[in-house]
Write a protein that binds this ligand. Structure first.
Ligand code: AMP
Ligand code: ZN
Length: 122
């Protein structure tokens, strides 16, 4: 049983619960990270909070520590999954928010993309 708020119809909540398989790269009490199923770049991960927060439009002061931890985790996971070191390597973080922001899955997620160019998109 999770203590996090979840949404039974959300694909990323199902991934966190293990009801849909994923290629997990990291998990702790509050954060889960896995490979994007349709990568645009040689390394393409998604970092998500375990709690069902729809997007960055819903975050508040109570989420500052969580989001800070995700930002710090990003470079660690990028390196772990094969992104080359800064400054010649590096990575890109993207969090699509809302329809005009290009968001398709309404559970907050941060794309972590990197690896040698060219990429399929971006
Ligand atoms: P967006 O909401 O536009 O930021 O994109 C959602 C991302 O989730 C896309 O890059 C999809 O490829 C990815 N995605 C959707 N379903 C899955 C899944 N079952 N496992 C891994 N990634 C997924
Ligand atoms: Zn969810």
């Amino acid at each position: 049983m999770s203590h996090h708020h979840t949404d039974d119809n959300c694909i990323f909540c199902k991934i966190v619960a293990g009801k849909i398989p994923s290629k997990k790269v990291y998990e702790d009490e509050d954060i889960f990270a896995f490979h994007d199923i349709a990568p645009w770049a040689p390394v393409h991960l998604l970092m998500i909070p375990k709690a069902h927060i729809p997007s960055l439009a819903q975050v508040g002061p109570e989420h500052e520590a969580l989001l800070g931890r995700m930002m710090v985790l990003a470079s660690k996971l990028a390196a772990q999954e094969g992104c080359n070191p800064y400054p010649d390597g590096g990575f890109r973080l993207v969090s699509n928010t809302g329809t005009e922001g290009g968001q398709e899955v309404h559970h907050l997620h941060i794309h972590v993309m990197g690896g040698p160019r060219p990429w399929l998109r971006g």
